[in-house]
Design a protein around this ligand. Structure first.
Ligand code: FPP
Length: 232
């Protein structure tokens, strides 16, 4: 059986962890860590394009993050809005196609308007596909997909299920990178990550540099992917 060529991952998922710890170590509020994290996203987008990655999925706000203090949630909302308002033109110029994954109905209306605008404006772009998970949980995504499919009233196959997820039309995740030392998926893209390589790095997300990102891709390239088959 031939091994998959050690190539650039087509689709990378990021569990952007450690913003709070990074800020705390600097005696700053957690929101300061999120702000720095948003700056790092810009670098990740540029570097992903340079590496030739097709799609990047970012875990920005999970269905479980509502349990956080109100002030932190508010600061995150402000940051998301600021990102969509201030970065949209540049992302569009750079041919980035934005997709939001998650239930936006729970967010303030303004955020829904900005994210709709971002998706609409960049819908025909053919460069990097940037998926941002907001109020996202993998289990909720599967339930949503199943409810949509149930209406057909007939058995479904795997391809139909995968096509009913937010990531319809995108390749499965090849690589999931989680920063800040924890080693779990935390309800992030569980079906899309079925055969993904998992790379955990101790650096917090705000500290992630182009070099550390490249190290994660190199670690992925050292792995042998067998997809359940055997190597000669
Ligand atoms: C987890 O770190 C991070 C988050 C819940 C938020 C991720 C958000 C960003 C990187 C900011 C902006 C995003 C966009 C799309 C503009 P944590 O706070 O749980 O870290 P900790 O484990 O150290 O507490």
């Amino acid at each position: 059986m031939t091994e998959e060529k050690k190539s650039v991952p087509r689709h990378i998922g990021f569990i952007m962890d450690g913003n709070g710890r990074w800020a705390k170590a600097k005696n700053r509020p957690r929101s300061y860590g999120h702000k720095k994290g948003a700056d790092v996203i810009e670098e990740v987008v540029d570097a992903s394009f340079d590496h030739g990655v097709e799609a990047v999925s970012l875990y920005a706000f999970s269905t479980e993050n509502w349990k956080r203090p109100k002030e932190e949630i508010g600061a995150l909302f402000d940051l998301f809005l600021e990102y969509f308002i201030s970065e949209l033109d540049d992302l569009d110029k750079n041919n980035v196609c934005i997709r939001i994954m998650g239930d936006m109905s729970a967010f303030p209306e303004k955020m829904g308007r900005e994210t709709d605008e971002a998706m609409y404006k960049t819908r025909n772009n053919t460069g990097l596909k940037l998926n941002i998970a907001l109020n996202y949980g993998s289990r909720a995504e599967v339930v949503r997909a199943c409810n949509a499919l149930i209406e057909r009233g007939k058995p479904i196959d795997e391809a139909e299920l995968m096509n009913a997820l937010y990531t319809a039309g995108l390749p499965d995740l090849d690589l999931v990178i989680r920063t800040a030392g924890e080693q779990r998926l935390s309800n992030f893209m569980l079906l899309q990550a079925a055969y993904a390589e998992l790379v955990f790095t101790d650096v917090t997300f705000p500290e992630l540099t182009d070099e550390r990102y490249a190290d994660c891709i190199r670690e992925y390239q050292r792995r042998t992917r067998r997809f359940g088959a055997v190597t000669e």
